[in-house]
Design a protein around this ligand. Structure first.
Ligand code: BGC
Length: 754
């Protein structure tokens, strides 16, 4: 310990005497860059991946050699502070100019303590909870050597077939922007130089969530109006919140690759939004430029750099090709200098020049990870994210008595709870629902367990979505029978089914988004027994639940709730906590309705009767236009009633304000929490505007029998949009304002903007 301390102190002293300027000063970077060769500057633009970097492995040797040659600005996916410290020491003590390294990781919804997946977190509509989860993630990740985090993902997603919807905040631009800011503030803290802050990297710029057909990595063709109004604002919100870095996306945008898109990166991001951080590619994107017909092999690196992409993730092409490209006149030396300066400034913002070892405190790792305090917060937050979709006859909450059958392939699968992107946690120590239920009921009730089925009948399909082989394979036919026997002995049946955790996340697109075959068959057999059934639905995306919504009395969507999910599920199922989450993505009735999102534009020949097919109307012969569960929807164990809202005036001036007020009464038996939502519609404008758009919301605790007065302030800023010429503003005229518990059950008032 003393030795580490002395060596750290000595290195810091050495460091500050080598460079004459204060490490915080711009001149410090000028001075450093004046000593760097062109190749060393290009080296700062190279990001390599770690892997198994125990001393002596080929992976470790590769990183060591890059460090010694000055050909690396940072690395990612290296697990553990010891390895990080080793490389950091090498860079500072033996690398050219002693420049410290960025250490990246995908800490997407927690590190050792895992929180619900981002889609679930968004269903809490709680920016303070998101900021708290991000802060805890930062405390834990920085204790293990990470200083740069590839989160938040702020892609707007209107297609649940896309597996990465799980990593998003859903389909709404306003909510997505509010939460995007909270992530950044939580990761970066008040002071990015604090040793428990890490630099956020917002991703994926841009439009990745609109991949055609919901198939990952697919291209996007989109109007500028749609980009500016719906897809770009969450990125802009993170820039305004001071995000330090940004990652480009894999997709084509109108035929150009996002990584080499000058109007997007140099234009919108840097010129218009004044982003002063640095830009990194996504994994291997520079190689993709040539594979996707955008650039010749040896021109791809120059093309990406010219567009404003500073750092190359894993291809090594910047190091291999930029020097030659400069000689060929494909770029200027200034472009390399600018990119290098931005990467060095990121290191400066993190305080790495003051103390390169600030994230190498091997002591912290023993105290700051997976602490009881962090886990307690994760448990509370998880309960906030569950969405009660249905609860006939108040079947939930269950009483802790009698015999409860717990059935399903996800009932005893603690290591399936964390969800995608949870590579730094301890899945073997995550409790299963079965254990949590048994602990919750103690001797008061009996829990009868049966796995009941596989995820899929087909073994290969199951293996493809259960890489960790977390769910044991069983014989479906005998498992179904065993489950029916368990159900026959029980007073109530709780079924834990849905997706295994690798069915969402990167590359996990699905064309059929129902509950997989063998599980749904078992569910049908269980329903036929006539027992009351609660479905605990595990999923990373909206599923098609047409049959379930007709036939299952209670459905609690629990997503992937993180390391403490099972305790949180028990808390809610047995009524120790109230469900209060609301959907942030529309649940369609049929995959054929996709894309289906609440803030759509008006159509020609609008449908006037959703109960049947109407010829020459914009509808389907075989399914209604209505979602199964709309955006903003979620029940509670209690009920709320809304009074008629009132507006302070029916005229708003450009710089004035209106107040809209509504009384919300808790009319049920339990104290509860309601998320009150406000939407606006501009019925006639320069370009057609959506039928409604979320513009504000409030989450309020209301004790049983009590009434809360919920007020919102409306300003003309809330009415602004980008028109076809990309002018941003609002037009005088009529507007509607709607208030209610979700995007469908709304009360409307009109006002005029003067
Ligand atoms: C993903 C990114 C991620 C990166 C590094 C890519 O495949 O698209 O979201 O940050 O890998 O792990």
């Amino acid at each position: 310990m003393l030795r580490t301390f002395l060596s750290i102190t000595l290195c810091c002293l050495l460091f500050s005497t080598v460079h004459a300027y204060n490490p915080d000063d711009e001149r410090y970077i000028d001075n450093l860059m004046s000593k760097m060769s062109l190749d060393e500057k290009i080296g700062q633009l190279n990001l390599t991946m770690g892997g198994d970097v125990v001393s002596g492995t080929a992976e470790a040797a590769k990183i060591e050699s890059l460090i010694l040659k000055g050909q690396i600005g940072g690395f990612f996916n290296v697990k553990g502070v010891d390895a990080v410290a080793r490389f950091q020491h090498l860079a500072v003590e033996k690398g050219p100019h002693g420049i410290p390294l960025l250490v990246g990781a995908d800490v997407v919804h927690g590190y050792a303590t895992v929180f619900p997946i981002p889609l679930a977190l968004s269903c809490s509509w709680d920016s303070a909870a998101v900021a708290q989860m991000a802060r805890i993630s930062a405390i834990e990740a920085t204790a293990d050597g990470v200083n740069w985090n590839y989160s938040p993902m702020v892609d707007i997603c209107r297609d649940p077939r896309w597996g990465r919807v799980a990593e998003s905040s859903g389909e709404d631009t306003y909510l997505g922007s509010v939460l995007a800011k909270a992530y950044v503030e939580g990761y970066q803290g008040n002071d990015m130089k604090s040793d428990s802050s890490m630099m956020a990297c917002v991703k994926h710029f841009a439009l990745y969530g609109a991949a055609e057909g919901g198939r990952d990595y697919n291209g996007v063709d989109m109007s500028r109006e749609r980009m500016y109004n719906y897809y770009l604002p969450p990125f802009h919100a993170t820039v305004e919140a001071g995000v330090g870095s940004l990652m480009t996306s894999f997709n084509l945008i109108n035929g150009q690759h996002a990584t080499a898109c000058d109007w997007l990166i140099n234009g919108i991001l840097r010129r218009d939004w004044k982003f002063n951080g640095f830009v990194v590619t996504d994994y291997g994107s520079v190689d993709e430029l040539s594979r996707m017909g955008i650039a010749h092999d040896n021109e791809a690196a120059a093309m990406a750099l010219r567009a404003g992409t500073d750092m190359d993730m894993v291809t090594g092409r910047y190091v291999a090709d930029l020097n030659d490209a400069l000689k060929k006149g494909l770029l200027t030396e200034k472009m390399i200098d600018d990119a290098c300066r931005r990467v060095l400034k990121a290191k400066q913002r993190l305080g790495l020049f003051d103390n390169p070892y600030k994230y190498c405190n091997t002591d912290r790792v023993n105290h700051d990870l997976y602490t009881p305090e962090h886990r307690a917060v994760a448990r509370d937050i998880a309960a906030e994210t569950f969405v009660l979709l249905k609860n006939d006859n108040n079947l939930l909450p269950l009483k802790k008595k009698g015999r409860i059958a717990l059935i399903g392939p996800l009932a005893d699968a603690g290591n399936n709870m964390a969800g995608c992107w949870s590579g730094y946690c301890y899945p073997e120590s995550h409790k299963s629902v079965l254990t949590a239920f048994r602990e919750a009921v103690g001797n008061e009730a009996e829990i009868i367990y049966s796995q009941g089925s596989n995820i899929y009948y087909n073994e290969t399909m199951q293996a493809d979505c259960d890489w960790g082989r977390r769910i044991s394979r069983v014989d479906d036919s005998s498992a179904h029978s065993e489950a029916l026997l368990a159900a026959s002995k029980a007073d109530v049946v709780v079924v834990a089914m849905g997706e295994s955790c690798e069915m969402t996340g990167e590359s996990s697109s699905r064309a059929d988004i129902t509950i997989p075959d063998t599980q749904r068959d078992l569910l049908k057999k269980l329903v036929a027994t006539g027992k009351p059934i609660v479905l605990l639905l595990f999923t990373g995306r909206p599923l098609i639940l047409d049959w379930e919504s007709e036939n299952i009395p209670s459905i609690l969507n629990v997503w992937f709730g993180g390391s403490e999910a099972s305790d949180a599920i028990a808390d809610v199922v047995f009524g120790d906590k109230m469900p209060c989450g609301k959907l942030t993505t529309t649940f369609p009735r049929s995959v054929g309705q996709i894309p289906l999102y609440y803030n759509h534009l008006p159509t020609s020949h609008p449908d006037h009767d959703s109960s049947r097919f109407n010829p020459y109307c914009s509808n389907y012969i075989d399914v209604s236009n209505e979602p199964l569960y709309p955006f903003g929807f979620g029940l509670s164990y209690t009920t709320f009633s809304y009074s008629a809202p009132t507006l302070s005036s029916d005229v708003l001036t450009a710089d004035g304000v209106l107040k809209i007020s509504v009384e919300v009464t808790n009319t049920g038996m339990f104290d509860g929490t309601e998320i009150v939502q406000l939407y606006i519609n501009d019925p006639v404008a320069h370009i057609a505007r959506p039928v409604k758009e979320l513009k504000a919301f409030k989450k309020v605790d209301i004790p049983a029998g009590k009434t809360a007065v919920v007020d919102f302030t409306v300003t003309s800023d809330m009415l602004k949009y980008y028109d076809a010429e990309l002018n941003y503003g609002c037009e005088p005229g009529e507007f509607s304002i709607m208030i209610g518990p979700n995007s469908e059950e709304l009360q409307k008032l009109d006002f005029r903007l003067r």
